[in-house]
Ligand binder design. Sequence first.
Ligand code: ARG
Length: 402
Amino acid sequence: MKSLSEKIEHIYLLQEATDYLILFARERNLSAEDLEQRLNRIYQEYEQTGTYWQTNEELTYGAKVAWRNSVNCIGRIGWQSLTVRDLRYLTTAEDIFAAIVEHIKTATNQGKIRPTISIFAPQKPGEEGIRIWNPQFIRYAGYRQPDGTVIGDRDQLELTEICQRMGWKGEGTRFDILPLIIKSPKQPPKLFDLPKEVVMEVPITHPNYSWFADLGLKWHALPAVSDWRLEIGGISYPASPFNGWYMSAEIGSRNFSDTHRYNMLPVVAKKMGLKTDSKLSLWKDRALVELNVAVLHSFAKHGVKIVDHHTASKQFMQHWKEEEKDNRIVPADWGKTIPPISPSTTEVFHQSMENVCLKPNFFPQPIPWHEMSNLSSFAPSIMSCPFHDHLKNTPQAVHHPL
Ligand code: ARG
């Protein structure tokens, strides 16, 4: 006798599989017979195994549509050109790490970034799935100082502490690349250092202000989100890291400017000689513009692909028109689509948007270490200090991490 939740799961999977296969058949021009045959096979396989294995085409197209359906993303015009790496046969942390290093290399492509997704083994019914603990392949550590200040990226405080408790030692600079933590089902999480040479970074300079270089800022070339779950036809891929290229404002207006990140606006404004004691000087706004100029200038100088927010907005509106031609809407979260600099100067600001969840799609997942009750087994010192509770109780940053 199945429990109610098992029955619901059962209905969900078959419903989602059917919906996706219908979409796939429509968009990939499958005949009605092919569709019927494939659905029958899926239902049969489901009866025997409680799940089903997608074809490489179903997986590849599903990943592209998941990007198309991502309501936070302004760069979706390129959805069809996503490179999909079918790595579903990989399950061990060691193999996954090696594949990630390869992903970083080929996607960075010496600066000519290639949007890429690596899809590792799907979640099996009733089992936990593979998780990459880092929110992105490349993140800078954040170190809490005794006086409460932070060196590095404040967003990564918890992960940095976990890495340290698993034996990692950072150099203590503002830009230490965190090791990756990968957890396979029934295995303890494992820690891996990224080889330095695969991580491309861009030193930040300004076309007009020579002092800008002295700020010692840099950022990595590849934005690769690694903690979201991909769902296609009812099947979950909890480890399916993907990357595009940066829009300059992500770095200039958020990573460098947010007060809870690198908080550089006051520093830049002072260097520019602006009156930071008067709101009327609009010093924050002016410093923000120059930071964005510096990011664009530096990425271009080092041959690293990046898009400014005006071009990104234009491309998004073009994508909108192309989708309309295909009789599809572009689901979008307006607040996350408009750029975090001069939004009203871009067309997307004046476009009304419908924030609906279509599938396939990417979904955020619970923070893995917040869910674990036995943290102590892999990081013994955790239980002997208030750290564990502190981790559990720390409210997760609610400011838009993407
Ligand atoms: N906003 C994130 C960051 O600054 C990256 C999110 C994904 N961005 C992208 N362009 N694909 O690191």
